[in-house]
Design a protein around this ligand. Structure first.
Ligand code: B16
Ligand code: MG
Length: 211
């Protein structure tokens, strides 16, 4: 029996992909590194520094010190944070509010398991922060998806066995993280192409039928 649902944030509850893209694009253009929406899709669920490494791998002729990389990541985050200020409750993805209400009615806990260090800010901006019993984000983990750390920490804080947790993810790396945590995983968006997903949902509110 499912006792808790652990939601990924970006791409599941709110879509900030384009904001990530615009911020990274400014940095990549300045450095003369090719960067398009396809490369941006590879950054889903991946930490900020790992995302930067993927982008910089497109510039094999340029070398960057750790200090330079740190500075580029901070610059990207400042641009991204400014864009996040535009978020409002209107940016909550379709079906999310109904899903959270449905879980509350069924007495199933809702938690967040996100790689983003901006997760709390995003949740505040869209007015969803108080809907979650537990929020685990990129500030609390040292290994990012597909490592299961973020989901195992959420389950531990929920005092819930992994077998009784369902993860909802839009990224292939996130689906793998849920599977590595020993949890069932419902894939939405691009992640429905992942062979590892336990369930594939066209709409997030379909998960209410799984509980
Ligand atoms: P930040 P999620 C992830 O969030 C995003 O999908 C990924 O594109 C981003 O690089 C990562 O957070 C880190 O974000 O720079 O805000 O710490 O999908 O795990 O909720
Ligand atoms: Mg995501």
């Amino acid at each position: 029996m499912m006792r808790a649902v652990i939601f990924d944030l970006d791409g599941v509850l709110v879509s900030t992909d384009h904001f990530h893209y615009m911020a990274w694009k400014q940095i990549a253009d300045r450095l003369g590194i090719p960067f398009d929406e396809d490369t941006n899709n590879r950054l889903r669920g991946v930490s900020r520094m790992e995302s930067l490494d993927i982008i910089l791998s497109g510039a094999s002729d340029q070398q960057f010190t750790d200090e330079q990389k740190q500075s580029l990541a901070e610059e990207k985050n400042a641009i991204y944070r400014k864009l996040l200020e535009e978020l409002s409750p209107a940016d909550i993805l379709p079906g999310v509010t109904e899903t959270l209400e449905g879980l509350q009615t069924k007495g199933v806990a809702a938690a967040i398991g996100s790689s983003s260090k901006n997760a709390r800010f995003i949740l505040e901006q869209v007015g969803l922060l108080d809907r979650f019993t537990i929020v685990v984000d990129g500030n609390q983990i040292s290994r990012s998806k597909p490592d299961p750390e973020v989901f195992l920490l959420a389950a531990s804080l929920l005092e819930c066995d992994a077998l009784a947790c369902l993860v909802v993810e839009d990224a292939v790396a996130g689906v793998q993280a849920g599977v590595h945590a020993g949890m069932q995983v419902a894939a939405v968006g691009d992640a429905i192409n992942s062979k590892d997903a336990t369930f594939k949902l066209q709409r997030i509110d379909q998960l209410l039928k799984l509980i």
